[in-house]
Structures are given as structure tokens and as C-alpha cells.
Design a protein around this ligand. Structure first.
Ligand code: ZN
Length: 466
């Protein structure tokens, strides 16, 4: 196996698949040529050559994971005990703040590295890392302002995952510039220190082909209008912009109390939505807000398993789909690292609400699994500023499903994604390639054993005080 640290192999690599899901749809006998980490040709109805690597099952694009807080992986599944009859997002957040207090830069690296290995094994090859854990336990800047960001970058490099780093501006605890609370000390920056941090991150990411940089506001609770304007005027006009928005009813009510407008309504009226925006957890929307997101081609960053875990509410997916809305999926708090579970949860939530079947389709795509996978691919690309998908010129990222599973082996192409997404439980992602490098081989990453040991210790330290 090639080391994830190695630069892209300059030699040409050939891959042959009996069937592959190209940007144009399913194709048979596909010969893909990869050079410098990119697809330079994709030929269908072809044949393997003497030098081609024959892939063992159906080949699919990988996805970008639009929303991650890496450190939260350490507490996944540790907050499922009732604290009071009204447990909510806000009681979960109290526990999260306690965990945050324990994490050193080394811990952040260990947790992120294991998480990113698990993401690769799950078929994600790019992650939008919504990174707000910036400072030491007392809230002081580290010697290097991007110390914690550097841990994230190192974890991405050492696992081989593509990173869209989203350094977060977080200044306040509530609408209208309220002073931050003690639990938020490690997150807080002024606009000026944020711009300094952003510049340091830009430098740290120079010449790293897999990585991207975005702009990020924690939420409308955490920043003011002049701050948003200042940052957007100062930084590149081409980078994606991410924000948590309308995740909770309380947030919507606080927004109305502050400005007379709901969060998405305010953002569109006061700042202006466009295709650079990724609105994470755009859960609570009026029809007008939903239509504005679709019309302005912003991406709704959906995190179905986390939103279900936190009891956030239900995104209005059926109407948004019919309006041509763009969306991607994120694993967010990482209670699940499974494309299957995210997409299935999204569709099943809509079914349970509506008491109907087959909800998330479009006029030109009535197969639910095909539509879900395609929209998650396109929205993930837009939100993370990458071009994944089996297409000439794109980065050569792809995954191979396990052909030994009867549903994969027997299914015709038109049923394959539905079989995989709605009727399998074990991971069927056997091999994963990033920029032509074979990082997951036969379900395994070359560093997973050592990484797991370190992660086990990190969990004990952060959660069980061992
Ligand atoms: Zn989040």
C-alpha cells in the first residue's frame, strides 16, 4: 500500500471495473486512467489491459462529508442517559463543554486521526471540518494561533483524507453580541484574531493538493452582522461559507426576539444567500425560507443521524427536493459514520412524518437510492469545494463495494443503490481510493491498529478520567 503521506504518484495507473457509476450513469466494462491523482480518461465498453488493476466489485464515487466536529467523536454514545424529563440539545451541549475542557492538542490529533480513518472506511474522502476548538483550556491562544488547526491538518495528512478546513469565528453566546460563557472559552475569537487565524491556516494548507479552506461562522448566536460583513469583505470571495442555522426552535425564537426575523430569513435579507453558503441544520424553516435556500442555490448541510440523536426536528426534505434544492450530508457529532445510515435516516424520517413511502425523489430521478446518493454527491462537492465523481478531470477518488454480498452480486444496476442503502447493515465498502491511492484495502487502513489503541486511551482520559 502506498503511504498516505506520499505525494501523488506520477506514473499512470489503470483501473478496470465491470460496472461503475459514472457522472453520466451506470456503465459496463469501464477502464479508468489515472495520472497525478486525476482521472485523465474513462472508457466504457472497454476491456482490462495487461497492466490494469481489476477492481473486485461495483465502483462508486466517494462522498464529501459536509459537517464534522472531530473532537465530538470521543463522546459519541456517551450521552444517552436521561438527565431530566426535558433532555434536549442544550443538556447534550453541557456535556460536550465538559469534554472540551479535557482535550490537549495531542488528544485532538489522536481523535481526529481515528475519526478520519473511519470516514475513509465509510466512503467519505473529503471532510468539511467545522473547527472551533482553537485555544488552551484557559482560553489563551497557543504560541501558534493555528496550533489546534495544525492537529486537524496532520490527522488528515496521516490518514489520507481530503480536508476542507473551516476555521470558525465564534465570539458571543447569544444574539446581539452577548458575552461568551466560561464553557466557550476555548472557542472565542475577535474578528481580528479570527482573520489572523484564517491567514495562518491558509499558509499551513499551501501546496496541499487534497485540502481546501473555507470561511465559517459558528451561528447567528455567535457573531454579529458587522463581524460577518467584515470577514466576508476581507477574505477571498471564492471560498465556501458554512454556518449552523435554525437547528433548534429556541434558536429561532431567540432570533425573532432579537431582530424580528427568523435565522434564514435574517441571513438572506441582511447578508444575502448564494451558492457559497452551506446552511448546516437548516431544520426549522418557513416555506419562504426553504424556497430562498433552493432558489439561491445554497447547500442545506443535513446531518440526519446527529439531528435525530439530538432531537432537533425534521428538515422539510420533500418540498425542498421538488424545488430542486441542493443538500449534502454530514456526520457532525459522529454518532454514526455511515453513508447508508445517513441517507436511510433522512428518507425514513420523511416517511414516518408523512405516513407515505418513497419521499425523496425528483421528476427526473424516481429511484430513491439513486437520487439520495446523487444529491449527496453534488451537494457535498459544492459545500466542500471539491469535484468528486467518476468524471475526466476530477480527483481520482472512488470506492468498491463487496461483490461477495448477494444483493451486490445479483442486483441489476438500476437496483444496486437501493439494495445497498435500504437492505444492508454491515459495511460493504471494501476498497477506497483517494487521488488514485489505495487507502482502504479489503476493509482495512494500514494504520488502523495503532490508531485504535491511541484512540482507546483518549476515550478513557476524556470520558472515564482514567
Ligand atoms: Zn455542528
Amino acid at each position: 500500500m502506498t503511504s498516505p503521506n506520499a505525494s501523488h504518484c506520477d506514473s499512470t495507473q489503470l483501473y478496470f471495473a465491470e460496472r461503475a457509476l459514472l457522472s453520466s450513469g451506470w456503465a459496463d466494462n469501464v477502464l479508468m486512467t489515472v495520472q497525478n491523482g486525476q482521472f485523465i480518461s474513462i472508457d466504457v465498453d472497454s476491456a482490462p489491459t495487461t497492466t490494469s488493476h481489476v477492481l473486485s466489485g461495483p465502483v462508486l464515487p466517494t462522498l464529501a462529508n459536509v459537517h464534522s466536529h472531530a473532537f465530538q467523536r470521543v463522546m459519541a454514545g456517551a450521552a444517552e442517559v436521561s438527565l431530566n424529563p426535558n433532555d434536549s440539545f442544550w443538556s447534550w451541549r453541557d456535556l460536550m463543554y465538559k469534554v472540551v475542557q479535557k482535550l490537549s492538542p495531542d488528544d485532538a490529533y489522536i481523535i481526529a486521526k481515528q475519526l478520519y480513518i473511519d470516514m475513509l472506511k465509510a466512503g467519505y474522502t473529503q471532510v468539511g471540518e467545522f473547527h472551533y476548538l482553537h485555544h488552551d483550556r484557559g482560553g489563551k491562544h497557543y504560541g501558534q494561533i493555528c496550533e489546534m488547526s495544525n492537529q486537524i491538518i496532520a490527522a488528515a495528512n496521516d490518514s489520507g483524507l481530503g480536508l476542507t478546513l473551516l476555521p470558525v469565528l465564534y465570539s458571543h453566546s447569544g444574539f446581539g453580541g452577548q458575552a461568551p460563557n466560561a464553557g466557550q472559552a476555548r472557542f472565542i475569537n475577535s474578528t481580528e484574531s479570527y482573520l489572523e487565524l484564517h491567514q495562518a491556516c491558509e499558509k499551513a494548507l499551501e501546496n496541499q493538493a487534497l485540502h481546501r479552506l473555507g470561511i465559517c461562522f459558528h451561528s447567528l448566536r455567535a457573531v454579529t452582522k458587522p463581524q460577518i460583513e467584515n470577514v466576508l469583505q476581507t477574505l477571498s470571495k471564492h471560498r465556501p461559507i458554512h454556518i449552523h442555522i435554525a437547528e433548534q426552535q429556541k434558536e429561532v425564537q431567540d432570533s425573532i426576539a432579537f431582530s424580528g426575523q427568523r435565522p434564514v430569513e435574517w441571513l438572506d435579507n441582511e447578508i444575502g444567500l448564494n451558492e457559497r453558503w452551506c446552511l448546516v441544520h437548516a431544520t426549522h424553516l418557513t416555506a419562504a425560507e426553504r424556497q430562498a435556500i433552493a432558489k439561491k442555490h445554497a447547500v442545506a448541510g443535513l446531518c440526519p443521524t446527529t439531528e435525530a440523536n439530538l432531537g432537533d426536528g425534521m428538515f422539510p426534505g420533500v418540498a425542498f427536493e421538488q424545488e430542486g434544492g441542493r443538500w449534502g450530508i454530514g456526520s457532525d457529532s459522529h454518532v454514526s459514520l455511515s453513508i447508508v445510515e445517513e441517507l436511510r435516516t433522512y428518507e425514513y424520517g420523511q416517511r414516518l412524518r408523512d405516513q407515505q413511502r418513497n419521499r425523496l425523489y425528483r421528476a427526473d430521478q424516481t429511484s430513491i437510492g439513486d437520487n439520495l446518493f446523487q444529491q449527496a454527491l453534488l451537494g457535498g462537492n459544492q459545500a466542500c469545494d471539491v469535484s468528486l465523481g467518476l468524471n475526466v478531470g476530477n480527483r481520482a477518488d472512488f470506492m468498491v463495494l463487496d461483490e461477495s454480498h448477494p444483493f451486490i452480486a445479483a442486483s441489476e444496476a438500476k437496483d444496486l443503490l437501493n439494495r445497498w442503502l435500504f437492505a444492508t447493515n454491515e459495511s460493504l465498502i471494501k476498497d477506497v481510493f483517494v487521488a488514485g491511492q489505495h487507502l482502504i484495502q479489503n476493509f482495512r487502513h494500514q494504520q488502523e491498529e495503532s490508531s485504535r489503541l491511541a484512540f482507546t486511551q483518549a476515550i478513557k482520559k476524556a470520558i472515564y478520567h482514567v
